[in-house]
Design a protein around this ligand. Sequence first.
Ligand code: PLP
Length: 302
Amino acid sequence: MRDQRQVWLNGQLIPWENATVHILSHGFSRGSAIFEVFGIHPLPAGPAAFRLDLHLRRFARTAQLLGMELAQSQEELAQAVAETVRANKMDNGFIKMVAYYGLEAFATLVPGVKLDLSVFAVPASADLGLDLSKPISACISKWRKIHPETVPVAAKAASNYLNGMLARQDALRRGFDVGLMMDTHGFMAEGSIEAFFMAKNGVLLTPPLGRILASVSRQSVLDAARVVGIEAHEKALRPEELLEADEIFTSATPFKVLPVGRIEDRKLDDAPGPVSRGLIQLMDAIVAGRDERFKDWLQPLP
Ligand SMILES: Cc1ncc(COP(=O)(O)O)c(C=O)c1O
Protein backbone atom coordinates (compact mmCIF):
# COMPACT_ATOMS: atom_id res chain seq x y z
CA MET A 1 0.00 0.00 0.00
CA ARG A 2 1.26 3.47 -0.81
CA ASP A 3 2.62 5.43 2.13
CA GLN A 4 -0.03 8.07 2.80
CA ARG A 5 2.12 10.24 5.02
CA GLN A 6 2.72 13.82 3.96
CA VAL A 7 5.71 16.00 4.81
CA TRP A 8 5.62 19.78 4.87
CA LEU A 9 8.65 21.00 2.92
CA ASN A 10 9.26 24.71 2.30
CA GLY A 11 5.56 25.43 2.11
CA GLN A 12 4.44 22.38 0.13
CA LEU A 13 2.99 19.10 1.31
CA ILE A 14 4.88 16.28 -0.38
CA PRO A 15 4.84 12.46 -0.12
CA TRP A 16 6.94 11.03 2.72
CA GLU A 17 9.34 9.21 0.37
CA ASN A 18 10.19 12.44 -1.46
CA ALA A 19 11.53 14.16 1.67
CA THR A 20 15.19 13.62 0.76
CA VAL A 21 18.42 15.63 0.47
CA HIS A 22 21.68 15.15 -1.42
CA ILE A 23 24.42 13.33 0.51
CA LEU A 24 26.69 16.32 -0.06
CA SER A 25 24.18 18.78 1.32
CA HIS A 26 25.64 20.88 4.10
CA GLY A 27 22.99 19.70 6.52
CA PHE A 28 23.95 16.08 5.99
CA SER A 29 27.64 16.03 5.16
CA ARG A 30 28.59 18.73 7.69
CA GLY A 31 25.89 17.82 10.17
CA SER A 32 24.49 21.34 10.43
CA ALA A 33 20.79 20.38 10.57
CA ILE A 34 18.83 21.69 13.55
CA PHE A 35 15.52 20.37 14.85
CA GLU A 36 12.70 20.57 17.32
CA VAL A 37 10.32 17.90 18.66
CA PHE A 38 7.08 18.28 20.61
CA GLY A 39 3.91 16.42 21.42
CA ILE A 40 0.48 16.64 19.80
CA HIS A 41 -2.36 15.65 22.13
CA PRO A 42 -6.01 14.91 21.34
CA LEU A 43 -8.40 17.38 22.96
CA PRO A 44 -12.17 17.50 22.39
CA ALA A 45 -11.70 20.73 20.39
CA GLY A 46 -9.03 19.10 18.20
CA PRO A 47 -5.33 18.31 18.35
CA ALA A 48 -3.26 20.62 20.55
CA ALA A 49 0.50 21.10 20.80
CA PHE A 50 2.27 20.88 24.14
CA ARG A 51 3.80 24.30 24.93
CA LEU A 52 4.11 25.15 21.26
CA ASP A 53 5.26 28.68 22.05
CA LEU A 54 8.25 27.45 24.07
CA HIS A 55 9.21 24.86 21.46
CA LEU A 56 9.05 27.29 18.55
CA ARG A 57 11.03 29.83 20.52
CA ARG A 58 13.67 27.21 21.32
CA PHE A 59 13.85 26.35 17.61
CA ALA A 60 14.56 30.00 16.72
CA ARG A 61 17.06 30.20 19.58
CA THR A 62 18.87 27.12 18.28
CA ALA A 63 19.22 28.79 14.89
CA GLN A 64 20.40 32.03 16.49
CA LEU A 65 23.00 30.28 18.66
CA LEU A 66 24.50 28.76 15.51
CA GLY A 67 24.45 31.97 13.46
CA MET A 68 21.59 30.66 11.32
CA GLU A 69 18.23 32.20 10.60
CA LEU A 70 14.96 30.39 10.12
CA ALA A 71 13.15 31.50 6.96
CA GLN A 72 9.79 31.49 8.81
CA SER A 73 8.33 33.65 11.57
CA GLN A 74 6.94 31.97 14.70
CA GLU A 75 3.41 32.35 13.26
CA GLU A 76 4.47 30.74 9.98
CA LEU A 77 6.09 27.88 11.87
CA ALA A 78 2.86 27.30 13.83
CA GLN A 79 0.93 27.38 10.56
CA ALA A 80 3.29 24.76 9.05
CA VAL A 81 2.70 22.55 12.09
CA ALA A 82 -1.07 22.92 11.74
CA GLU A 83 -0.97 22.04 8.04
CA THR A 84 1.18 18.97 8.73
CA VAL A 85 -1.13 17.77 11.50
CA ARG A 86 -4.18 18.23 9.28
CA ALA A 87 -2.63 16.62 6.21
CA ASN A 88 -1.72 13.55 8.25
CA LYS A 89 -5.02 13.46 10.17
CA MET A 90 -2.96 13.19 13.33
CA ASP A 91 -4.34 13.89 16.77
CA ASN A 92 -1.82 12.08 18.96
CA GLY A 93 1.91 11.89 18.39
CA PHE A 94 4.90 14.10 17.76
CA ILE A 95 5.94 16.82 15.41
CA LYS A 96 9.55 16.87 14.33
CA MET A 97 10.72 19.99 12.52
CA VAL A 98 14.09 19.87 10.79
CA ALA A 99 15.77 22.97 9.33
CA TYR A 100 18.83 22.40 7.19
CA TYR A 101 20.99 23.66 4.37
CA GLY A 102 19.80 21.36 1.63
CA LEU A 103 22.16 22.62 -1.03
CA GLU A 104 25.33 20.71 -1.93
CA ALA A 105 28.25 22.33 -0.17
CA PHE A 106 31.88 21.29 0.04
CA ALA A 107 32.80 24.33 2.10
CA THR A 108 32.52 24.75 5.87
CA LEU A 109 30.23 27.75 5.57
CA VAL A 110 27.34 28.46 3.26
CA PRO A 111 26.88 32.21 3.72
CA GLY A 112 23.70 33.87 2.64
CA VAL A 113 21.81 30.64 2.11
CA LYS A 114 18.35 30.21 3.60
CA LEU A 115 17.54 27.21 5.73
CA ASP A 116 15.14 24.70 4.23
CA LEU A 117 12.37 23.61 6.57
CA SER A 118 10.67 20.24 6.83
CA VAL A 119 7.91 19.20 9.23
CA PHE A 120 7.11 15.56 10.00
CA ALA A 121 4.17 14.02 11.84
CA VAL A 122 5.33 11.00 13.86
CA PRO A 123 2.71 8.71 15.45
CA ALA A 124 2.60 8.22 19.22
CA SER A 125 3.36 4.52 18.62
CA ALA A 126 6.79 5.32 17.10
CA ASP A 127 9.57 3.13 18.47
CA LEU A 128 11.69 5.07 20.96
CA GLY A 129 14.01 2.15 21.65
CA LEU A 130 12.90 2.23 25.28
CA ASP A 131 10.24 0.25 27.17
CA LEU A 132 8.12 2.92 28.85
CA SER A 133 5.87 0.44 30.66
CA LYS A 134 8.26 -0.15 33.57
CA PRO A 135 11.06 1.60 35.44
CA ILE A 136 14.27 1.83 33.45
CA SER A 137 17.88 1.31 34.48
CA ALA A 138 20.44 4.08 34.22
CA CYS A 139 24.20 4.25 34.50
CA ILE A 140 26.59 7.14 34.79
CA SER A 141 28.12 7.32 31.35
CA LYS A 142 31.83 7.24 30.69
CA TRP A 143 31.12 9.98 28.12
CA ARG A 144 30.93 13.57 29.34
CA LYS A 145 28.38 16.08 28.08
CA ILE A 146 30.00 18.31 25.44
CA HIS A 147 31.40 21.47 26.99
CA PRO A 148 29.35 24.62 26.26
CA GLU A 149 32.50 26.45 25.16
CA THR A 150 33.00 23.94 22.33
CA VAL A 151 29.50 24.18 20.82
CA PRO A 152 26.33 25.74 22.24
CA VAL A 153 24.75 22.82 24.08
CA ALA A 154 21.47 24.73 24.34
CA ALA A 155 21.16 24.34 20.55
CA LYS A 156 19.14 21.36 19.38
CA ALA A 157 21.58 20.58 16.57
CA ALA A 158 21.87 17.16 14.92
CA SER A 159 25.64 17.07 15.32
CA ASN A 160 25.41 17.52 19.09
CA TYR A 161 23.69 14.14 19.19
CA LEU A 162 26.85 12.12 18.49
CA ASN A 163 27.51 12.83 22.16
CA GLY A 164 24.15 11.37 23.15
CA MET A 165 24.54 8.45 20.76
CA LEU A 166 27.81 7.47 22.42
CA ALA A 167 26.29 7.71 25.91
CA ARG A 168 23.40 5.45 24.90
CA GLN A 169 25.72 2.95 23.19
CA ASP A 170 27.90 2.81 26.28
CA ALA A 171 24.82 2.28 28.48
CA LEU A 172 23.41 -0.54 26.34
CA ARG A 173 26.79 -2.30 26.18
CA ARG A 174 26.95 -2.18 29.97
CA GLY A 175 23.45 -3.61 30.30
CA PHE A 176 21.59 -0.39 31.14
CA ASP A 177 18.74 1.31 29.35
CA VAL A 178 20.14 4.84 29.42
CA GLY A 179 23.32 6.68 30.34
CA LEU A 180 23.37 9.91 32.32
CA MET A 181 26.36 12.08 31.52
CA MET A 182 28.46 14.26 33.75
CA ASP A 183 29.72 17.56 32.42
CA THR A 184 33.46 18.10 32.05
CA HIS A 185 33.60 19.54 35.59
CA GLY A 186 32.25 16.34 37.11
CA PHE A 187 28.70 17.53 37.81
CA MET A 188 25.73 15.58 36.51
CA ALA A 189 24.31 16.99 33.27
CA GLU A 190 21.69 14.95 31.37
CA GLY A 191 21.00 11.84 29.32
CA SER A 192 21.25 11.36 25.55
CA ILE A 193 17.79 12.75 24.85
CA GLU A 194 16.46 13.35 28.34
CA ALA A 195 16.78 15.53 31.41
CA PHE A 196 16.81 13.85 34.80
CA PHE A 197 15.53 14.58 38.28
CA MET A 198 16.24 13.09 41.68
CA ALA A 199 14.26 13.31 44.90
CA LYS A 200 15.86 13.32 48.34
CA ASN A 201 13.74 13.63 51.50
CA GLY A 202 10.79 14.78 49.40
CA VAL A 203 12.76 17.57 47.65
CA LEU A 204 13.04 17.50 43.88
CA LEU A 205 16.44 18.35 42.37
CA THR A 206 17.68 18.73 38.80
CA PRO A 207 20.87 20.23 37.31
CA PRO A 208 20.71 23.92 36.35
CA LEU A 209 20.64 25.24 32.78
CA GLY A 210 23.90 26.29 31.16
CA ARG A 211 25.44 22.93 30.42
CA ILE A 212 22.35 21.07 29.19
CA LEU A 213 19.55 21.48 26.66
CA ALA A 214 16.75 23.72 27.90
CA SER A 215 14.26 20.83 27.98
CA VAL A 216 10.64 21.95 27.87
CA SER A 217 9.61 18.82 29.82
CA ARG A 218 12.16 19.57 32.52
CA GLN A 219 10.85 23.12 32.86
CA SER A 220 7.27 21.83 32.90
CA VAL A 221 7.99 19.30 35.65
CA LEU A 222 9.68 22.04 37.70
CA ASP A 223 6.76 24.43 37.16
CA ALA A 224 4.10 21.82 37.87
CA ALA A 225 5.88 20.46 40.96
CA ARG A 226 6.05 23.94 42.48
CA VAL A 227 2.36 24.60 41.79
CA VAL A 228 1.37 21.46 43.73
CA GLY A 229 3.69 22.33 46.62
CA ILE A 230 6.64 20.04 45.96
CA GLU A 231 9.87 21.80 46.86
CA ALA A 232 11.98 21.83 43.70
CA HIS A 233 15.44 23.23 43.06
CA GLU A 234 17.91 23.50 40.23
CA LYS A 235 21.22 22.51 41.75
CA ALA A 236 24.64 21.32 40.60
CA LEU A 237 24.65 17.62 41.51
CA ARG A 238 27.61 15.35 42.03
CA PRO A 239 27.27 11.72 40.90
CA GLU A 240 27.52 10.61 44.55
CA GLU A 241 24.31 12.51 45.32
CA LEU A 242 22.56 10.82 42.44
CA LEU A 243 23.72 7.41 43.61
CA GLU A 244 22.19 8.12 47.02
CA ALA A 245 18.89 9.54 45.73
CA ASP A 246 15.57 8.27 47.12
CA GLU A 247 14.03 8.52 43.67
CA ILE A 248 15.27 9.24 40.16
CA PHE A 249 13.37 9.82 36.94
CA THR A 250 14.13 11.01 33.44
CA SER A 251 12.03 13.51 31.51
CA ALA A 252 11.59 14.34 27.83
CA THR A 253 8.78 15.02 25.38
CA PRO A 254 7.61 11.37 24.97
CA PHE A 255 7.85 10.55 28.69
CA LYS A 256 7.41 13.43 31.07
CA VAL A 257 8.29 11.31 34.13
CA LEU A 258 10.00 7.96 33.52
CA PRO A 259 11.06 6.29 36.78
CA VAL A 260 14.54 4.82 37.16
CA GLY A 261 14.49 1.47 39.01
CA ARG A 262 18.24 0.91 39.06
CA ILE A 263 21.13 3.37 39.06
CA GLU A 264 24.46 1.66 38.46
CA ASP A 265 24.40 -1.36 40.81
CA ARG A 266 21.86 0.13 43.23
CA LYS A 267 18.23 -0.89 43.02
CA LEU A 268 15.55 1.67 43.79
CA ASP A 269 13.10 -0.93 44.99
CA ASP A 270 9.80 0.88 45.20
CA ALA A 271 10.28 2.89 41.98
CA PRO A 272 8.30 4.93 41.21
CA GLY A 273 8.50 6.41 44.70
CA PRO A 274 5.92 8.84 46.12
CA VAL A 275 7.26 12.05 44.53
CA SER A 276 7.59 10.41 41.10
CA ARG A 277 4.15 8.79 41.38
CA GLY A 278 2.53 12.12 42.17
CA LEU A 279 4.29 13.77 39.25
CA ILE A 280 3.37 10.97 36.84
CA GLN A 281 -0.31 11.47 37.71
CA LEU A 282 0.00 15.23 37.49
CA MET A 283 1.78 15.26 34.12
CA ASP A 284 -0.63 12.63 32.73
CA ALA A 285 -3.56 14.85 33.73
CA ILE A 286 -1.89 17.93 32.25
CA VAL A 287 -1.21 16.40 28.82
CA ALA A 288 -4.75 14.96 28.76
CA GLY A 289 -6.13 18.48 29.34
CA ARG A 290 -7.70 17.39 32.66
CA ASP A 291 -5.96 19.94 34.87
CA GLU A 292 -7.45 23.43 34.58
CA ARG A 293 -4.37 25.02 36.17
CA PHE A 294 -2.23 24.09 33.18
CA LYS A 295 -4.77 24.41 30.38
CA ASP A 296 -2.71 26.96 28.52
CA TRP A 297 0.11 24.44 28.10
CA LEU A 298 -1.97 22.66 25.46
CA GLN A 299 -2.10 25.13 22.64
CA PRO A 300 -4.60 24.89 19.79
CA LEU A 301 -3.14 24.89 16.28
CA PRO A 302 -3.92 27.89 14.07
C1 PLP B 1 19.90 16.31 25.17
C2 PLP B 1 18.47 16.41 25.50
N1 PLP B 1 18.10 16.73 26.75
C3 PLP B 1 16.80 16.84 27.10
C4 PLP B 1 15.80 16.60 26.18
C5 PLP B 1 14.35 16.75 26.56
O1 PLP B 1 13.87 17.91 25.96
P1 PLP B 1 12.30 18.16 25.77
O2 PLP B 1 11.71 18.07 27.11
O3 PLP B 1 12.21 19.53 25.23
O4 PLP B 1 11.84 17.10 24.86
C6 PLP B 1 16.13 16.26 24.88
C7 PLP B 1 15.06 16.03 23.91
O5 PLP B 1 15.24 15.64 22.81
C8 PLP B 1 17.48 16.16 24.53
O6 PLP B 1 17.83 15.82 23.30
